[in-house]
Design a protein around this ligand. Structure first.
Ligand code: IMP
Length: 209
């Protein structure tokens, strides 16, 4: 049986403001105090894994070890069918402005353009199906851990639409909708998205009766 959270504080092991906002909203009903890794000054460990599970565990374990508190990390990304699942675990890396001298940081518009350019290179009637993946990992300071996986299927659209959300939200249209994740607020997004899907499994395991 999985070890359970028993109230108290939880370090959210992300430096991504969009993820922090969404994870805090999901945890809100459970009366757990969320502390961000940024506010504790925790470093971001290199994501050297080749799967979402490996990277989520790297982040959760590093935060639990350095803070001495239970930590929750998300590793997520977009898998595009026509691109054989890319960018996948490298979704955030595709936004790195490594080519622009003196400008560290991430450019999501550039990343969305890169995905679109590659899809168009495949052909005019390319399958635009894509899946968002999320793995949530809980890690305790003594090394114990638990992992929960979620998905959301949809299709990519171009040009980007909407200013809400983060990352690739403006080009992702979830199955059954006409709106991108960039055009809906966080409550609507969390009815269907990959992080909420993983969180539902976490909540059933951790808070269910
Ligand atoms: P990582 O988990 O830190 O490796 O980053 C995953 C990247 O995937 C994020 O930085 C976003 O660009 C993208 N991503 C993950 N989840 C979402 C989402 O819900 N909406 C939009 N982009 C997302």
């Amino acid at each position: 049986m999985t070890r359970r959270l028993c109230g108290g504080s939880l370090v959210i092991a992300t430096h991504n403001a969009g993820k922090l906002k969404e994870i805090s909203a999901l945890l809100d009903p459970y009366g757990i105090e969320c502390i961000s890794a940024g506010s504790l000054g925790l470093p971001e460990p290199p994501e050297t894994g080749t799967t979402f599970v490996q990277n989520a565990l790297i982040k959760a374990r590093a935060a639990a070890e350095t803070s001495g508190l239970v930590a929750l990390a998300d590793d997520s990304g977009l898998s595009v069918k026509a691109l054989d699942g890319r960018p996948g675990v490298y979704t955030a890396d595709w936004a790195e402005r490594q080519h622009f001298e003196g400008e560290p940081g991430r450019d999501w518009f550039m990343a969305m353009g890169k995905v679109e350019g590659l899809i168009q290179q495949v052909g005019p009637d390319t399958d635009r199906t894509a899946v968002f993946h999320s793995v949530l990992a809980l890690a305790w300071p003594d090394g114990e851990h638990a992992v929960y996986e979620g998905q959301c299927s949809g299709a990519l659209t171009w040009p980007p639409r909407g200013t809400m959300g983060f990352g690739y939200d403006p080009i992702f249209v979830p199955q059954g909708s006409d709106l991108t994740f960039g055009q809906v607020d966080v409550k609507e997004k969390q009815k269907v998205d990959h992080r909420a899907d993983a969180f539902a499994k976490l909540a059933a395991d951790q808070f269910g009766s």
